[in-house]
Design a protein around this ligand. Structure first.
Ligand SMILES: [Zn+2]
Length: 144
């Protein structure tokens, strides 16, 4: 993946910067293909943005349920003013020139999952997906 940087060294396509991500870009009309190879993993999922006195924070989830629960709980904080849940892709690709992985979050700017008529059902599925043997969302059908 070759990128052109401005004289400041900052990527002009990044609409925000955040530790843990080399790039955070708006997802265009061309969606990346999910893949899992030795040097690149692209995962489709959801990105939750929380806004507040701490600024903006983005977090990627492979499943809607924890993405929505995270945003809803964060918004209940006295320090939070808004949240959004967006369709997103997490792209981790090894860069041979840099000798490390480059991590990019691609975000659809429409917070399509911020308000859902089935929010209660989604949150109840999140509760069912909490399992003490896993740090990840783990509904009963995924347990081992
Ligand atoms: Zn960038």
């Amino acid at each position: 993946m070759t990128r052109t940087y401005s004289a400041s060294g900052r990527c002009p396509a990044c609409f925000v910067t955040q530790p843990g991500y080399d790039h955070i870009h708006v997802l265009g009309n061309q969606r990346p293909r999910q893949r899992r190879t030795d040097d690149r993993v692209v995962t489709k999922g959801f990105a939750t943005e929380i806004l507040g006195s701490y600024g903006a924070v983005w977090a990627f989830f492979g499943d809607l349920e924890p993405a929505l629960a995270f945003g809803r709980a964060a918004r209940m904080s006295w320090d939070s003013s808004a949240f959004g849940v967006h369709d997103a892709f997490h792209d981790k690709q090894f860069d041979a020139n840099l000798g490390r992985d480059i991590t990019t979050l691609l975000v659809d700017r429409d917070p399509a999952h911020r308000t859902r008529p089935d929010e209660r059902e989604v949150l109840l599925r999140w509760v069912d997906g909490c399992w003490s043997k896993s740090s990840y969302f783990c509904p009963p059908e995924r347990r081992w």
